[in-house]
Design a protein around this ligand. Structure first.
Ligand SMILES: Cc1cc2nc3c(=O)[nH]c(=O)nc-3n(C[C@H](O)[C@H](O)[C@H](O)COP(=O)(O)O)c2cc1C
Length: 224
C-alpha cells in the first residue's frame, strides 16, 4: 500500500550539513524506517542557473539551454518521486533563493513550448510534500510566507501537504541543541509521510463525528 514509495529531499541551503539539511535528513530517515526509498539532494550541486526568458533561450528543438544539472534532476528524479521534502532556511522571511529558483525552473518543462509538457504535467501532479524549515527567529509570523507559498503550490499541483517541521538555530547544525527536539519530530513526520490524511472539509464532506479511533491513519498535519 504505502510502502516502497520514492521520497526525494531537496535541500536548498548552501550549507551541506546545515540546519535545514539535518531536518530533511531526519524526515528521510523516518521515511526509510517506514519502508520507503529515499534520496537527499543538495540542490546547489545540481542547479546553478536562474530561470531566464524561455522565449529567448529555448533551443529550436524545444529543450532548455541552461547548462547545469537541472534537467536530469527534474526529469529523472523529481518527476519519479511520490513525495518531495522541501528544505530551506528562512531567508528574509521567505524561502531560500535556491529553492525558489528550483521551483521557478520547473516552468521550462511545464510551459506549452516544451515538447513533452503533457507528460511532465501528468508526472508532476499528485505528490506528497513535507516542508523542513530552519530559522533563527521562533515567531510563527516569520514562517507564514513560506508556508502560504508551498500551500498554494500544493493546491495548484494537487499535492497533499503532509507536514511542516521547523527547527530553531543559527550556527551550522545548531538545531541539534533545540530543546523542543525538531529532529525527532522530523523523523516522525517522515514515518507518517504517506499516512497523513489531509482534511480540508467542506460543509457537505462525508465524515465521522469523531476524529480518533476508527481510521488509524487519520493523523493530523505536523505544524510546529
Ligand atoms: C541571507 C539570510 C537571511 C536570513 N533571514 C532570516 C530571517 O528572515 N528570519 C530568521 O529567523 N532567520 C534568518 N536567517 C537565519 C537562518 O534562517 C538560520 O541561520 C538557519 O538556521 C540557517 O539554516 P541552514 O543551516 O540550513 O542554512 C537568515 C540567514 C541568512 C544567511
Amino acid at each position: 500500500m504505502s510502502e516502497g514509495k520514492r521520497v526525494i529531499g531537496l535541500s536548498s541551503s548552501p550549507r551541506r550539513r546545515g540546519n535545514s539539511a539535518l531536518l530533511a535528513e531526519a524526515i528521510l530517515e523516518g521515511a526509510a524506517q517506514a519502508g520507503h526509498k529515499v534520496e537527499l539532494i543538495h540542490l546547489p550541486d545540481h542547479v546553478s542557473g536562474l530561470l531566464r526568458n524561455c522565449r529567448e533561450c529555448r533551443r529550436p528543438d524545444g529543450s532548455c539551454s541552461i547548462e547545469d544539472g537541472y534537467r536530469a534532476l527534474f526529469l529523472d528524479k523529481v518527476l519519479a518521486a511520490d513525495a518531495l521534502v522541501l528544505a530551506t532556511p528562512i531567508w528574509w522571511y521567505g524561502m531560500s533563493a535556491g529553492l525558489k529558483n528550483f521551483l521557478d525552473r520547473m516552468f521550462c518543462y511545464i510551459a506549452l513550448s516544451y515538447p513533452d509538457c503533457e507528460n511532465v504535467h501528468r508526472r508532476l501532479m499528485h505528490k506528497r510534500v513535507a516542508l523542513a524549515l530552519s530559522a533563527e527567529e521562533n515567531n510563527i509570523s516569520a514562517r507564514l510566507g513560506i508556508v502560504q507559498s508551498v500551500q498554494e503550490l500544493s493546491r495548484y499541483l494537487h499535492y497533499t501537504m503532509a507536514g511542516i517541521v521547523t527547527g530553531i538555530g543559527n550556527k551550522t547544525g545548531e538545531i541539534k541543541d533545540d530543546p523542543t527536539n525538531p529532529l525527532e519530530d522530523a523523523r516522525e513526520l517522515g514515518r507518517r509521510l504517506f499516512l497523513v490524511k489531509e482534511t480540508d472539509y467542506k460543509l457537505d464532506s462525508v465524515r465521522a463525528g469523531r476524529v480518533w479511533g476508527e481510521d488509524e491513519r487519520s493523523f493530523p498535519t505536523t505544524w510546529r
